[in-house]
Design a protein around this ligand. Structure first.
Ligand code: ATP
Length: 201
């Protein structure tokens, strides 16, 4: 079975594209969502975060205190890398366990915003990047999250430039409001099914 990664900048349409792959029967692992879940539910990770950041990292109800953590690691790269050193291996292992449970599909998809930045693409067979013009991405996220332009722009500025991701990818999906998404997804799906067949023959 092939293991494929899918990424793209904020608001590029990664999740939207993954939903189309799911309709085609491809299982998708949403790494960022799963990371949030593990940070609240995996006992060893919770203990690690408490040890690193202290009790304030969680609310009284056991929810992750996101704004407090952001404030704490913002401008403290050492602490951020220590936090990442706890979270990334836990998510990577969870992703491998998930992959092992998938059967009867030619390939699996792993969706992650920081696929290239984290180096996790190195453990995957193929990568897909979803790309959209910057202005369209900003507008889509402002509409989706009800946040101001500045907030979206700041998040975009912290990510690898989308053109670098496009250069690194095996496949590119253009979600620019001009080209249709579904035919692009189907063409890549067919290519991946063929690649998976070639791998076992
Ligand atoms: P993030 O990195 O913030 O999680 P994302 O890359 O997963 O974002 P989506 O959530 O899939 O992006 O898309 C952003 C918003 O744009 C969503 O509200 C989605 O419904 C909308 N959107 C995505 N693609 C299209 C499209 N082709 N036409 C219209 N709306 C779209």
């Amino acid at each position: 079975m092939l293991h494929v990664g899918i990424t793209g900048g904020i608001g590029s349409g990664k999740t939207t594209v993954c939903k189309i792959f799911e309709i085609l029967g491809i299982p998708v692992y949403y790494a960022d969502e799963r990371a949030k879940w593990l940070m609240e539910h995996q006992a060893s990770l919770v203990q690690g975060i408490l040890g690193l950041l202290g009790q304030e990292a969680y609310t009284g109800e056991g929810k992750l205190n996101r704004s407090w953590i952001s404030g704490k690691v913002f401008g403290n790269p050492e602490l951020l890398s220590q936090l990442n050193a706890l979270v990334h291996p836990a998510v990577a292992q969870d992703g491998f366990d998930w992959q092992d449970r998938q059967t009867d599909c030619p390939y699996t998809l792993k969706e992650a915003a920081l696929l290239f930045e984290s180096g996790s693409y190195l453990l995957l067979d193929k990568t897909i990047v979803v790309t959209a013009p910057l202005e369209l991405r900003i507008k889509r996220v402002m509409d989706r999250d009800g946040v101001p332009r500045q907030a979206v722009q700041e998040r975009i500025d912290r990510q690898m430039p989308e053109e670098d991701k496009v250069r690194k990818a095996d496949y590119v999906i253009y979600n620019d409001g001009q080209r249709l998404l579904i035919p692009q997804v189907i063409a890549i799906h067919q290519g991946l099914v063929e690649a998976a067949k070639a791998m076992i023959s």
